[in-house]
Design a protein around this ligand. Sequence first.
Ligand code: MRU
Length: 355
Amino acid sequence: MQADDSLAVPKSLLSVSATCLKILDQRALPGSVRYLDCSHVDEVIDAIGCLAVRGAPAIGLAAAFGLILNLEGQPENAQQIMQELNARGDRLIASRPTAVNLAWAVDQMLTYAQSPECDLGSPGWREKLYAQAQSLFEADREACRKIGEAGLPLLEGRRNILTHCNAGALAVSEYGTALAPIYAAKALGRTVNVWVDETRPLLQGARLTAFELMAHGVSCQLITDNMAAHVMASGQVDLVLVGADRVAANGDAANKIGTLGLAVLAHHFKIPFVVACPWSTIDLETGLGTDIVIEERNVDEVCGFQGVRSAPEGMNAFNPAFDVTPADLITAIVTEHGILSPPFSEGLRAGFGDR
Ligand code: MRU
């Protein structure tokens, strides 16, 4: 993909300094663009919990910067600093359980904090931690660009792509994961048309993916989640392309609730079902998809939308935020290292794809 630094959507995160992280409040999109100024880890934890920032890589990066916000008041004693960082890390990780990128990013930061290079407590340790968070951000940008390039062959001869939730620029540092090959194809002048699943209950598809794709001039059409079977049955989908929040060692992939249904449909209609994610989403410690913890959110999200109630008062509801697609329904997994084909466990353990 050609470098395109003029992507027309606001950045999900703007790191101003080690004392200020600006988080794009995605709850307000597409209506307005506003940033939350976070100067304390608690504000970042709140922003992750309420989905002001969301998307697996983006919450990991927010956590990396949040972990080190305003360490000025902290003592210069390495042990005490580490205690504070560990306590912050535990709270950040607990703010959303399913996306492994969150725990991964915290772990990267804590490992670096304990390294001789960082040398906690010695002159410049705060700056070094801040530089480490910035380098995770840059690495994610690079990974997303590479996912875009690596995924291009899968779009060859396939114009009509269906996606779910938002796995675009807003969910990462820049470019996106599932949307990255689409942006790369568009940059090459190829014709792509994207079916955007609205993604109940919080409408990340209708609010965020639609916003992004329109801003980039990508041809797209919005459908409600229950229309996906119809558009597939009528031959209008050539490829299903989604992101992931955690991929287990056997290739089972957790993603936004509703993804599993799409995979079952795609299998039935013999449409390729592809997962795109950075390597930070691969969790080799988790053997099977059934071991992945699925976040359950407040049922008010199901009983209405943005404060307008649609279900009767007192109605019971169930609100799992993610589901797990078994590996045998996945045609390919695209990462920054290339395209993995089934069976996935070997390629995932080896750490690279087949490009
Ligand atoms: O609840 P969300 O909006 O954080 O869920 C996001 C998703 O499920 C995305 O598809 C996933 O994180 C991939 S982001 C590149």
